[in-house]
Design a protein around this ligand. Structure first.
Ligand code: SF4
Ligand code: SF4
Length: 415
């Protein structure tokens, strides 16, 4: 039968809209998918989020490996993703802004060669970049094009808090995304959150969200008030996805004293594995996103999650002691998320904080100064003009200019 182009486009749109339901039927047919908290197909632990059997370890694509030109090292990223799939993982989390859009594109290129129903793709709407109702349409269309995905399995309103929620309401972001859900372009709608627990209340009132992603780890539990956020979500029956389980890698590095406490408790376990096991011990947590940029990190994480070992009382005591030792030496709570970038005058904010935090942990002043000297003058801490652009976007509420001033006074003062 010959089809006109118009008929073809109509049938393609229908197929795209039906694709999510085809996946649901396939999953229903798989025996393991019907039971919660059981492995479905691979050795990785799985839990149920928004009614889907997802791997407990999700692949976060915010910090992918970079090549010498600063772009994503695609051959390495492809190898990492292939290995993750081979181990039974199939949940990929990206966002419009990650790697300036290259994360969505690289992931799209990799995933589009695989059956659409074999993986879960998660993306996010940055209302502060969309800014208007037209902007929402533009960003969403770009995301579909970059990822070649036809639809998103999970989709979040990105980085909500007081400010972004007000903007989301103003530009009717929720209404727009619900329309996309009706069209079959979004299967499960949630939000990610960075603010005080009180800011959650109006968001939770507005819609029956299927899941939400919060910053959760053993340091932020009380310090960032993640405990209160987690409890509010669980009380509402909302499945919790986790970001920053290692707090931007800080809980994988710790400092020598804190790391020694964990090594003594279990010489074979990596410092990162303790943080993952702590997060996984919370029953409301259904998914833990980890940005794995090295093969060794991926292998270590696969080991941790296949399956996750429960924490004993002695394990919890070791974590508490390590945390106390770590917090004594910690400097700036930067997670290297880069939401503050670019700085209008070119200050390398996260790189400077990273060097400073490494120095605070290892005390190697000469190495710190040598590395700091390699930062071009125009990008050093003293170049900050206190415009306060960065502080508006920092999910950790870091007083960036004040911290930079302290670092400049130390690193750039005449010897
Ligand atoms: S306050 Fe300083 S570091 Fe932050 S954006 Fe402005 S100039 Fe850059
Ligand atoms: S200063 Fe804040 S926004 Fe910038 S990278 Fe660090 S945590 Fe992210």
């Amino acid at each position: 039968m010959n089809m006109t182009r118009r008929e073809f486009l109509k049938s393609a749109a229908l197929l795209a809209a039906l694709a999510p339901f085809a996946r649901l039927r396939a999953q229903d047919a798989a025996p393991a998918a019907a039971t919660d908290e059981k492995p479905a197909a691979g050795p990785l632990d799985r839990r149920t989020m928004a009614g889907e059997s997802v791997p407990l370890l999700g692949y976060g694509c915010m910090r992918l490996p970079r090549g010498g030109n600063g772009k994503i090292d695609r051959p390495l990223a492809n190898r990492l993703w292939s290995r993750y799939l081979e181990a039974g993982g199939n949940y990929f989390d990206t966002a419009y802004m990650y790697h300036d859009g290259e994360s969505e594109a690289a992931l799209g290129e990799f995933l589009s060669k695989r059956p659409r129903s074999s993986y879960f793709l998660t993306d996010k709407m940055p209302v502060w970049m969309a800014r208007t109702e037209e902007g929402l349409k533009r960003v969403f269309a770009e995301q579909l094009e970059r990822t070649k995905a036809e639809y998103f399995d999970f989709y979040l309103v990105h980085s909500l808090g007081w400010g972004n929620w007000d903007l989301a309401k103003k530009i009717h972001a929720l209404e727009f995304l619900l329309e996309k859900k009706k069209e079959g372009r979004i299967r499960h709608l949630g939000f990610s959150f960075h603010d005080a627990p009180e800011a959650l209340d109006p968001i939770l009132e507005a819609y029956d969200w299927e899941f939400a992603m919060i910053q959760l780890n053993y340091q932020d539990w009380t310090r960032y008030r993640s405990k209160e956020q987690y409890e509010k979500l669980v009380a509402k029956g909302i499945d919790v996805a986790v970001m920053e389980p290692l707090r931007g890698g800080a809980l994988a590095r710790l400092n020598p004293t804190a790391a020694a406490i964990l090594r003594e408790a279990d010489p074979d376990a990596s410092t990162a594995s303790w943080a993952f096991r702590w997060v996984a011990s919370l029953p409301g947590v259904k998914l833990v996103n980890s940005g794995m940029s090295r093969e060794s990190d991926l292998e270590d994480n696969l080991k941790t999650f296949s399956p996750v070992r429960e924490l004993s009382e002695a394990d919890r005591a070791a974590i508490a002691a390590a945390l106390a030792a770590f917090q004594k030496g910690q400097a700036v709570p930067c997670t290297a998320c880069r939401y503050c970038m670019p700085c209008p005058v070119g200050v390398s904010i996260p790189d400077i904080f990273h060097l400073w935090n490494v120095f605070k942990a290892d005390g190697d002043r000469d190495r710190f100064l040598a590395r700091y000297a390699k930062i071009p003058e125009k990008s050093r801490a003293s170049a900050c003009v206190r415009c306060m652009q960065c502080t508006k976007h920092c999910p950790q509420h870091i007083a960036v200019p004040d911290e930079l001033a302290k670092i400049a006074a130390y690193a750039e003062a005449p010897a």
